[in-house]
Design a protein around this ligand. Structure first.
Ligand SMILES: [Zn+2]
Length: 417
């Protein structure tokens, strides 16, 4: 007979211990037609599918390749349903918990220290922002642009010079908590910029003439939660009225065609848009900062994972932006350059047709505000590890991405007024 714990006790135990993923699998299903897409949608109603690609059930469409995590208890049921319908699938990850532990595959002599080759928790990143200012007082300054729901600071590092009139690029990383490679890139960018200034010709020229505003972690509360409680957390940590589900998807919360796509109104969804446009403190902070620097900001770049894509507007419509040809040209060259050191293949194009339609995204919002060069990177990989990209891939990912970002910055310096 099973021992039953009082509900209160279970709740406390759940709050204290991090979620484990023993025996959870990540499946990849190659859909052949609409009927198969419906099988997935039906499964999502009865089983807990955590969508990795695309990011929600309603995006699932014929001819798509779908990645999702399924817990150990339900995996047999789901796999036999796929078999019954003669659907083609592969198991990308056999045991998610094992992969969660294996992602820390870089060993450093001093494990307590901040390292560019490792994933750093929020405390280390916050201390690192301070250190960068101390080390490079002439080149780096730290701006607190707001606080989060849980009262953590949102820091932007300004890299470049004191002159506010220079052209600037705004970059953010980690709008979704579980995409750990993104904050790793923002840290790498600041590190490489300061380290190679005066040595690398292009970087020196860029920093002599431009400013970079870098928000290393956009969704700080969610990021902390993904370290301490649930590695698969995506949203922020705000409470929702009349729902036990926590969090808003910050990348559905911007005031641009907010709510124009279905299924973003349920607080229990991973793509919940929030109770109102720009309802979230994190969204407001970024909105206000970008608005107040709109004169100088010529490009907006947001870093996410995974898929290996370079995206530009729009997400909420299949219409193309006015400077679509220009954006496609920049994206083509940027992805070509990116592929040079490790032969990493990226695709590029407008969000809606390249990845899937989105509403309320920061990218579309920035574009419609007037930042005509707006890009979203979906960093490594293409799903072998997904959100659990091992640390041994941080450096190569950052190095190749850096080449693309430098190209975009050079382009902005030369071709925008
Ligand atoms: Zn994302």
């Amino acid at each position: 007979m099973r021992l039953l714990l009082p509900v209160g006790l279970i709740a406390t135990a759940l709050a204290a211990a991090p979620v484990r993923f023993d025996g959870d699998k990540v499946l990849r299903v190659k859909l052949q037609d609409g009927k198969q897409a419906n099988v997935i949608k039906d499964l999502a109603k009865t089983s807990q599918l955590d969508f990795w690609y695309p990011d929600a059930t309603h995006q699932v469409a014929a001819d798509m390749t779908v990645d999702f995590r399924i817990n150990a208890k339900e995996s047999q049921l789901v796999e036999s349903a796929l078999d019954q319908n003669q659907m083609h699938y592969e198991i990308l990850i056999h045991d998610v918990q094992e992969e969660v532990e294996k992602q820390f595959d870089v060993k450093e002599d001093n494990p307590g220290r901040h390292s560019y080759a490792k994933y750093n928790n929020w405390n280390k990143i916050a201390a690192w922002t301070e250190k960068m200012v101390r080390k490079h007082p002439k080149m780096v300054s730290r701006i607190k642009i707001g606080t989060t729901v849980e009262d953590n600071p949102l820091y932007v590092l300004k890299v470049g010079g004191k002159d506010e009139r220079r052209k600037a690029i705004f970059m953010d990383c980690g709008i979704h908590a579980r995409e750990w490679i993104a904050p790793a890139f923002c840290q790498w960018f600041v590190y490489q910029a300061t380290k190679t200034y005066g040595k690398n010709k292009i970087m020196t020229k860029l920093l002599d003439r431009m400013n970079f505003y870098v928000l290393p972690v956009f969704n700080v509360d969610g990021y902390i939660w993904s370290w301490t409680q649930n590695r698969m957390w995506r949203k922020n940590r705000s409470r929702n009225q009349n729902s036990k589900c926590i969090g808003t998807d910050l990348n559905r919360n911007f005031n641009v065609s907010w709510n124009c796509l279905p299924n973003t109104s349920d607080p229990c969804q991973e793509i919940y848009r929030g109770p109102a446009p720009e309802s979230e403190k994190e969204t407001k902070a970024v909105r206000d900062f970008i608005r107040s620097h709109l004169k100088s900001i010529k490009a907006y770049i947001t870093f996410q994972s995974y898929s290996q894509m370079l995206l530009f507007p729009y997400g909420y419509t299949s219409e193309l932006p006015a400077n679509h040809e220009d954006l496609a040209k920049v994206a083509k060259i940027a992805t070509d350059v990116l592929s040079t050191p490790y032969d990493t293949h990226y695709t590029y194009g407008p969000i809606a047709s390249t990845i899937y339609p989105t509403s309320g995204s920061s990218l579309d919002w920035a574009y419609n505000l007037g930042i005509k060069h707006s890009f979203a990177f979906e960093l490594r990989d293409k799903g072998r590890f997904g959100f659990l990209l091992p640390e041994s891939q941080i450096k190569p990912t950052c190095k190749e991405t850096m080449l693309a970002v430098k190209f975009i910055a050079k382009y902005i310096l030369k071709h925008t007024s």
